[in-house]
Design a protein. Sequence first.
Length: 246
Amino acid sequence: MSAARAFVHADAEALARAAAQEVGRAAREAIEFRGRFDLALAGGSTPKRMYQLLDAALPWSRIHLWFGDERCVPPEHTDSNYRMVRETLLDRIAIPAANVHRMKGEDEPAIAARAYEAELRRELGSTAGSALHGASSTPRLDLALLGIGPDGHTASLFPGTKAVAERQRWCVENWVEAKQSWRITLTLPVFDAARRVMFVVAGADKREMLSRVWAKADPALPASLVGASRGSSTVEWWLDGAVVRA
Ligand code: 6PG
């Protein structure tokens, strides 16, 4: 496991507040230094409160929202990560539609994945391989938010699925046998190329998995692979007390 930094907060509400504040601070800093902030959002339930607390007064016209993964359902489906983000954030901020990069869960998975990779290339391709960002040809997000599932998955990189081993493509379709469904997900190279990765994890039910993920990089636990290829890079763990309290 690469070097990691943990930030523990009293409870889920305090964690959501602190993480939302940090995302806002990081956004303002990136915009000041680079003119834009590219943020990949995590799906699931943990980030909901944090998204509700993101500052509506941020310079959203300079912020680009990406998705770490999406369920292969239409955007108005209750399982859609986009719908969750729309309800907790997009409906209350003034952000240009072109800045919201939605994974098209309603499309055929392989087509949607390739379209999303093309959008990453269009939007961030110029930063890939530039002198500023070294030789990497992988698009560089400023910040990727991630969660952990009870089985050690992150984004839609589920244990035993094809996407976990993907090291060339940046976005792939992924059949998840355990869910009997298709997902679209960014791949480890994209998460590892991000300037920062913030795992936001809350709840006693994640405690055992977190300790396993921290113990070692293990392909059976995809969350433990994030940051591994960056050697000493730090992956940040934003946690509530319940997930660390013995
Ligand atoms: C998704 C997420 C997924 C999530 C974990 C944790 O699409 O479900 O991207 O990786 O982060 O499953 O989900 P909870 O926050 O709901 O526990």
